[in-house]
Design a binder for this molecule. Structure first.
Ligand code: 26V
Length: 836
């Protein structure tokens, strides 16, 4: 053990205990530790493949090795008082952590060997881990990929999030309908977290705000008679790739404060005391699904404030430890990146802490706050922009509302100075929406309080400035920027696709894992027959693996010889799973009539969850399942066409799916998908995209070239131009194939004893006000699918296209994205962990 060191700046009552020498990284040592934990910590004797204990024991052994590096990273950051970024997000969709940690620590080989000696395979043991499903979809998974890249790039970034007791719900399909089941993922211990009760914080709700004079007679405000909730942090280690860096994801869990219980107890009402405890713990009980109709629940606002307040207090505690109450350098040492508007209350909360607790003036506090916050927008859908009723703030967060009003008053003064007399503009830009039910506009609050505002793909960032945020872009053009999304190549190629990774490394070496543009070297062998054959062999194995997963989950068998045509993502009208379904019905109809052009063997695979309150999305799932049932029970079609709805799509399912897809469906209405990241995972693993010019598809197509991309559909400009005169009835009537598809759906063929199942869908497609304009892109989609079929039947051509897609995917690494964030927004130096 190291002696306590003076440079740490720790006071005498803090003694730093560091273990030395560092733990052995061999298979022997791993097996020894695993055995120790299995028997002595978990108290188990016999190994059972169904049980999670070997997984847990191995995780403890791996965690020990992470822990030393975690300490060494933290010491290095603290000693140098490095500038840091806090990535604040209501969602971190982490998935499983074991394989990723093993790869990062270069322990995969030793782990495989250690398990082999027990007669076990790493894949099977890793399967025992539950997904940490603390997110809905793209936004949450992006946060997880970001953490991986930050650690790999040696950037001191800490993630702040919520430790939901129940993650993303599980999806079951019953008679074609989605049924939601809770995800009590913490029921079995989550071995990656460390509870840090000593860092707990208190978060306030309710009460009211009052004026008082401080001891110097200065007028101040304070928030009193509050209901307090305890926030307990749980830290999860985030390892970088083979660089000894381990960053932190800090997740907050809510608990009742002791005082709260005690008050009630003294009043003699034990039951109420317990009820209060439940109310406090409710805050972090469940992840909210993002739904079109679901909104305005007070609990969600509580969650947002809980995260923001606990995290900022944590940041302030850390600050005071090192800087006392000198806040002048705060914004130079800290950046807070807001993942969408969900943590937007960080703006007024930091103001509150700086003024009410640190006694800074408004101007001092505002200077710090607005130089600390940076905001990322993730959607162009106006209905997805968060607004909270002012009335809810009045009762729940009265002191924050005062501050928001003051921010708004000063902001409106600024607009008036710039555009005197332009009242329409003031109304448009106000942080408070007009009308009888006043709302706080969270996106505007984020913009006003941030020094940087970014979108997540070139097109998206452009459209934000031309549309949704136009007024703000006129006022502060210098604040707006783009940061095109990415995905981490460690999880989304190295870990999930070992076969392809090895093949790639045999050709271009191994450096691509941290320098993804090196994949470009594969283009050279795109047409090499030997390399092509090996490429196909790997992909065939992956397709077999996906076929097996599908069989386990649905009972349906598909042949790996078929074209795997895949669309997996949240079910939403704008993503147009319906367009995909229309194509499936079209192929079915052609096949029924013996049209040979439609006979390329194809398995259409669709997966995704619908928000529980989103009726239309649930109808779409039902419709897919009904059509699938008819197609799949037609024995003549068995080897020609299959339609599969894969239930319970999640991160670990995608790790299998993206390695096996031939065709990646990215078919949203142009201008609606902010970026997409599934599109990048597919591309990286050699799938070819069929897509519209939407989100990052635009950049994917530019990178890979038009000849390696199946483009279809209207552009953003065309969509907007045609909207006024859009006449789907006419489009259907004038296209014989389309008309047949619609009448088949109307005929009851797919819903024999279930009248009405397709009504809402047919109505939506025929609606001249259909915001997603599905009918407008039907013909163009069918044509593109025909080009797909033609290309796929030329085996070598397809393989070359596949290789070229992987080769061109280098820019879609979150390493590139995070470098962009760091160069333009965060400006962090790299950390070198203390030597062992
Ligand atoms: C929220 C809501 C709420 C109500 C109305 C419908 C609706 C639709 C979507 C959302 C989620 C918005 C945030 C989000 O998940 N955005 C996704 O972020 C990804 C990462 O940047 C990006 O790749 C996806 O294109 C974007 O949809």
């Amino acid at each position: 053990m190291n002696a306590p060191e003076s440079e740490t700046g720790l006071s005498a009552d803090h003694i730093e205990l560091l273990h030395a020498p560092a733990l052995d990284m061999s298979a022997d040592a791993l097996l020894r530790d695993l055995t120790h934990y299995f028997g002595r910590t978990l108290g188990r004797r016999t190994i059972s493949k169904q049980q999670p204990y070997v997984y847990q024991a191995l995780t403890y052994a791996v965690r020990d090795r992470l822990m030393e590096r975690w300490n060494r990273t933290n010491i290095a950051v603290e000693r140098a008082d490095m500038r840091r970024t806090c990535y604040m997000s209501l969602e971190f969709l982490m998935g499983r952590l074991l394989t990723n940690s093993l790869i990062s620590l270069d322990l995969k080989g030793p782990a495989v060997e250690a398990l082999n000696r027990l007669g076990l395979r790493l894949e099977d043991v890793a399967e025992r881990e539950h997904d940490a499903g603390l997110g809905n979809g793209g936004l949450g998974r992006l946060a997880a990929c970001f953490l991986d890249s930050c650690a790999t790039l040696q950037l001191p970034v800490i993630g702040y999030g919520i430790r939901y007791q129940y993650g993303m719900f599980h999806q079951r399909i019953e008679n074609g309908y989605q049924v939601e089941e809770p995800d009590p993922w913490l029921r079995v211990e989550f071995p990656w977290e460390i509870e840090r009760i000593e860092l707990s914080q208190t978060v306030r709700f309710g009460g009211h705000s009052e004026a008082y004079a401080d001891h110097e007679g200065k007028q101040r405000r304070r928030w009193v008679h509050t209901h307090d909730v305890l926030a307990i942090p749980y830290d999860v280690p985030i390892p970088g790739y083979r660089n000894d860096v381990v960053n932190t994801l800090r997740l907050w869990s809510a608990a009742a404060t002791d005082e709260f219980d005690l008050d009630e107890f003294n009043a003699g009402d034990y039951a109420d005391a317990v009820a209060a405890k439940n109310e406090a713990e409710n805050i972090t009980m469940v992840l909210y699904p993002n739904a079109a109709t679901e909104s305005g629940q007070e609990l969600r606002l509580r969650q947002q404030y809980f995260l923001v307040s606990a995290s900022l207090q944590d940041i302030m505690r850390d600050w005071r430890q090192r800087h006392g109450d000198d806040y002048s350098g705060f914004a130079e040492k800290l950046c807070v990146q807001l993942n969408d508007t969900h943590p937007a209350l960080a703006v007024p909360e930091l103001m509150r802490l700086l003024m009410d607790h640190c006694y800074l003036s408004w101007n001092e506090a505002w200077e710090i706050t607005s130089q600390t916050m940076a905001y990322t927008n993730h959607t162009l859908l106006p209905e997805a922009l968060e607004q909270w009723p002012v009335a809810m703030f009045e009762t729940l967060l009265p002191r924050l509302l005062e501050i928001i009003y003051e921010i708004n008053a000063r902001f409106i003064q600024e607009i008036s100075a710039q555009w005197p007399g332009d009242n329409a503009r003031i109304e448009r830009m106000s942080l408070i929406s007009p009308g009888p039910h006043k709302m706080v506009r969270m996106a505007y609050l984020s913009i006003v309080g941030s020094f940087s505002i970014n979108g997540v793909a070139q097109l998206h960032s452009y459209l934000l400035q031309k549309g949704l945020f136009q007024d703000f872009a006129e006022l502060w053009p210098e604040r707006f920027n783009n940061k095109t999304n990415g995905v981490t190549p460690r999880r989304w190629l190295a870990a999930c696709n070992p076969g392809l990774s090895d093949l790639i490394s045999s050709q271009i070496g191994t450096e691509w894992t941290t320098d993804l543009p090196q994949l470009a070297g594969l283009a050279e062998v795109a047409e090499d027959p030997d390399f092509q054959q090996r490429w196909r062999n790997v992909r065939a194995e992956n397709k077999q693996r996906l076929a097996k997963l599908i069989e386990t989950r649905t009972g349906l068998t598909i042949s790996p010889a078929m074209l795997f045509d895949v669309q997996v993502k949240r079910i939403h009208e704008y993503k147009r799973q319906l367009l995909n379904l229309l194509h499936a019905v079209y192929l079915y109809d052609r096949n029924q009539r013996g049209q040979h052009d439609a006979q390329l063997p194809r398995a259409i695979i669709i997966g995704g969850k619908a928000a529980p309150g989103y009726v239309m999305a649930k109808n779409i799932i039902k419709a897919i399942n009904n059509v699938a049932k008819v197609i799949n029970s037609d024995r003549r079609l068995h080897d020609k066409l299959r339609l599969i709805f894969l239930p319970d799509y999640n991160v670990s399912a995608m790790e299998v799916i993206c390695t096996a897809a031939d065709l990646s469906e990215q078919i949203s209405t142009a201008g609606k998908e902010a970026s997409g990241t599934g599109n990048m995972k597919f591309m990286m693993n050699g799938a070819i995209t069929i897509g519209t010019l939407d989100g990052a598809n635009v950049e994917i197509r530019e990178a890979v070239g038009d000849e390696n991309f199946f483009l279809f559909g209207l552009t953003v400009e065309q969509i907007e131009a045609q909207r006024a005169t859009y006449n789907p009835q006419e489009i259907i009537a004038s296209d014989a194939d389309f008309a047949r598809v619609i009448s088949l759906l109307e005929s009851g063929h797919f819903n024999r004893f279930e009248p009405g199942v397709f009504d809402s869908i047919l109505h939506a497609i025929r609606d001249p006000h259909d915001p997603w304009m599905t009918a407008a892109d039907f013909r163009s989609f069918i044509d593109a699918q025909e080009r797909v079929a033609k290309s796929y039947s030329q085996r070598d051509l397809w393989t070359a296209m596949s290789i070229r897609n992987t080769a061109a995917s280098g820019t879609f690494s979150t390493d590139r994205t995070i470098k962009n964030y760091n160069d333009d927004i965060w400006r962090l130096d790299t950390v070198t962990p203390l030597a062992p």
